[in-house]
Design a protein around this ligand. Structure first.
Ligand SMILES: [Zn+2]
Ligand SMILES: [Zn+2]
Ligand SMILES: [Zn+2]
Ligand SMILES: [Zn+2]
Ligand SMILES: [Zn+2]
Length: 217
């Protein structure tokens, strides 16, 4: 670290306002300024997921808003489907020139401006929903499905269809749910929408799953 940087670091530390019981003003890895809690009748579009919310965190200087859910999502994870590298919650600008599809739901990130978990060297990308998909999922009739990172019998040439939407499972080396006993395959997105409501909301569980995979630099 250079001398100047050192000095700046010291300045930044000494100039910090005294900590209060309420803690530091909220900061987020996606923005340089501290944020303020936002709670209003006027919903704002979240800079990370593009959906509108009326509560979250806001920088009035830049008009930068993050909803509460996105605020708690980790910036970097180690996902079981790509154990060799960490995945970063990357801004769409970093992959807008790549024609990349989510390894789970096949959504194309070229057209959507949302952040996703991305490994640049491998062009491996996962939407937040797919990155937060649970390892096992129990649907109606108590049938449980395991999350696979590729179709277990992909070398057999049979056409694989999703038992929920009846559409073909396009890639066999992507995320999918599979039940061995019933030989049933499900798209990740179909399975997650079909899942019956539980006490814990799907969003909460997805965030919990992501936080379990959280890593820091
Ligand atoms: Zn959001
Ligand atoms: Zn700002
Ligand atoms: Zn996906
Ligand atoms: Zn990689
Ligand atoms: Zn399906």
């Amino acid at each position: 670290m250079g001398k100047l940087q050192n000095r700046l670091q010291t300045l930044a530390t000494t100039n910090r306002p005294p900590t209060t019981l309420t803690g530091h003003p909220p900061t987020h890895f996606s923005h340089h300024h501290t944020l303020k809690e936002y709670n209003s009748d006027k919903p704002l579009a979240c800079n990370l997921c593009r959906s509108e919310y009326s509560t979250g965190y806001f920088c009035s200087d830049c008009n930068y808003f993050i909803d509460k859910t996105c605020f708690s999502v980790p910036s970097m994870i180690q996902h079981m489907s790509h154990p060799q590298h960490p995945l970063r919650l990357t801004c769409y600008l970093d992959y807008q020139n790549e024609n990349v599809n989510c390894r789970g739901c096949q959504v194309n990130f070229n057209s959507s401006r949302i952040r996703a978990y991305y490994c640049a060297p491998c062009k491996f990308i996962l939407s937040r929903q797919c990155a937060g998909a649970p390892k096992t999922l129990t649907l109606a009739d108590n049938i449980s499905y395991e999350l696979f990172f590729e179709f277990p019998f992909k070398h057999e040439n049979a056409e694989v269809k999703c038992s929920i939407c009846s559409n073909k499972v396009v890639i066999k080396d992507g995320l999918l749910y599979y039940n061995l006993e019933h030989d049933e395959t499900l798209h990740v997105s179909c399975a997650l929408t079909k899942e019956p409501k539980k006490k814990m909301t799907k969003m909460d569980r997805s965030i919990q799953q992501l936080n379990e995979a959280r890593i820091t630099e």
